[in-house]
Design a protein around this ligand. Structure first.
Ligand code: VG1
Ligand code: CO
Length: 550
């Protein structure tokens, strides 16, 4: 095998965001762009420019446009960089949580996941890549910063000349001396799910006439959901809709929220309430997000985390209880209330799953969640969409109440953290930066100030010191807290590829069950006004409405 050294000019825009490097497909297709970033990963993770003896990597993606081509490029580069073996999901497919599962199960050196998650795909859509370490989780900032630094100085990458590897049959072959194993992308993951949840109880629930609709949004979870929900749990064929992964997600936006999962929302909110399935669920492009719906009822991701935590011991894999809970800073404090009652710690981390890894590795937390439709546990080191759906099924199978009833009883016990997120997408970057600077500029005079009924208790620019390795992350979002526990958070997205996305997170606490049925937007109207006033949102952005309200 001859290693070919190919000259490249370094790029200066390969800084990984909240969850890896995401750019337009055309950018990734441009000469040397993907290669440069992959070589930067290898140079960072391998000492002395060569993989350690026997090094095995996992490789797969969400099946979006350019997935297959990228896999062939990365395989040739892995061979040239001395990797001994690569486990590749059949067809190039591995959901993000399944990749994490495989990295851990086979104790590999790490893995490369190809996904831009919920961002649209296709030739004009987005592509993405990230490296996960041997714990199965996204590389921590120390590594992503080093990869970025390396990407800016690289002048060549290594590859071999070899034909493409067949990705569609399970089996193994060699490429330039490196072993390539094409594995079933679903089997290991499905087995892990069976070990955590009471499949017998869920089968009995489904057998009793309970109806479920799962929208895979033409993204990666189709094959996983069909195998687990329809084949192993006996849900009727057709339970999984949009179950065939397509390179452009059927032209849709594979983001499981009330705006983009329109077909599922229409089914769950149909005119005849009783005709709707008992549970509706959806997952995103790479299978790590989830949305949970009851009949005419939406469970916020923050509530979902809290409800799963409060009911965790109903699932066999969590029968021994929780070590602790972690949530991202913008996620509501609903989980904190459950942790308080259970007497376990609750950690508040910056946005992005990479911040949960150390806490889970150290055994400090069992459950983690984000307001952005991310829920997961220490069974892997990624958030996990189908896992959350199965957890809900397990809870429903044991409690035999409706989704809505479970949420209302939860609020009656813990109070309700009324919550919403307003996104302003595709703003000019300087305008978005101006909004943030405007809010931060007000901090000096805010503490103690009154806005109608609300009095500001504190405001800060959130920073986090990792309790395990002491690393510091700054600039993670602007928080304004009020005396009654209400909160407004301003944050810029780190996953978009067009301009900037401003996220405004709003939260109020309502202890009174008589007011738990209120509409969230109405209940939060006062805070929304304060947010607009503080940020001069309309004047600065010209926008009168958010792009997406969750
Ligand atoms: C968003 C979410 C964040 C999530 C990240 C990756 O990031 O807010 O909670 O971890 O996406 O999710 P941002 O920086 O755009 O707010 V995924 O499903 O794209 O891996
Ligand atoms: Co995702």
């Amino acid at each position: 095998m001859t290693i070919r050294i190919v000259a490249t000019t370094p790029f200066n825009d390969q800084k990984p965001g909240t969850s890896g490097l995401r750019k337009k497909v055309a950018v990734f297709q441009s000469s040397g762009y993907l290669e440069n970033f992959v070589q930067a990963i290898f140079d960072t993770i391998f000492d002395n420019a060569a993989a350690p003896p026997g090094c095995t990597l996992v490789l797969g993606g969400d099946g979006r446009y350019f997935n297959r081509e990228a896999i062939q490029i990365i395989l040739r580069m892995a061979a040239a960089n001395g990797v001994a073996k690569v486990l590749v999901g059949q067809g190039g497919i591995l959901s993000t949580p399944a990749a994490s599962c495989v990295i851990r199960k086979y104790a590999t050196f790490g893995g490369i996941i190809l996904s831009a998650s919920h961002n649209p795909g296709g030739p004009d859509g987005d592509f993405g890549i990230k490296y996960n370490t041997d714990n199965g989780g996204p590389a921590p900032e120390k590594i992503t910063d080093a990869v970025f630094a390396r990407s800016r100085e690289l002048t060549s990458y290594r590859t071999v000349d070899a034909p493409d590897v067949g990705l569609d049959q399970v089996g193994s072959c060699t490429l330039g001396g490196m072993r390539v194993e094409i594995i079933d992308p679903v089997a290991d993951y499905a087995e892990l799910m069976e070990s955590l949840f009471d499949f017998g109880a869920i089968r009995a629930l489904i057998g009793s006439g309970f109806r479920l609709c799962f929208d895979a949004m033409h993204a990666v979870t189709g094959p996983y959901a069909r195998e687990i929900l329809e084949r192993r749990l006996g849900a009727p064929a057709g339970t999984v809709i949009n179950g065939v992964p397509l390179p452009d997600f059927g032209g849709g936006h594979p983001d499981p929220n009330l705006t983009y999962a329109g077909q599922l929302v229409a089914i769950m909110y149909g005119p005849d309430r009783n005709a709707a399935p008992d549970l509706g669920a959806a997952s995103d492009g790479d299978g790590d997000r989830n949305m949970i719906l009851g009949r005419h009822f939406f469970v916020t991701p923050s509530d979902s985390l809290a409800i799963i935590a409060a009911n965790a011991t109903l699932a066999p894999g969590y029968a021994a209880g929780l070590a602790g809970i972690a949530r991202s800073m913008p996620t509501s404090a609903a989980a904190d209330r459950v942790a308080g009652k259970l007497g376990v710690p609750c950690y508040e981390t910056p946005t992005g799953w990479k911040f949960f890894g150390n806490l889970m590795d150290a055994g400090k937390v069992t459950l983690c969640g984000e307001e952005s439709f991310g829920t997961g546990s220490s069974h892997v080191r990624e958030k996990d969409g189908l896992w959350a759906v199965l957890f809900w099924l397990n809870i429903l199978a044991k409690r035999r109440l409706s989704v809505e009833e479970i949420a209302h009883r939860h609020w009656a016990e813990f109070g309700r953290n009324i919550y919403s997120r307003h996104d302003y997408e595709a703003l000019p970057s300087d305008v978005a930066a101006g909004v943030m600077a405007q809010v931060k500029g007000r901090f000096a005079e805010l503490t103690g100030r009154r806005f109608g009924d609300y009095r500001v208790k504190f405001c800060d620019d959130f920073s986090y010191t990792d309790p395990i390795d002491g690393s510091l992350s700054t600039g993670q979002g602007l928080r304004i807290g009020f005396d009654d526990g209400s909160r407004i958070v301003f944050r810029l997205s780190g996953t978009g590829t067009e301009g900037a996305t401003l996220r405004i997170y709003l939260e109020a606490f309502e202890p009174d069950p008589a007011r738990h049925r209120v509409d969230a937007q109405q209940a939060l109207a006062g805070l929304i006004d304060i947010a607009h006033e503080l940020s001069q949102l309309k004047q600065r952005t010209g926008r009168t409405q958010p792009t997406v309200i969750t």
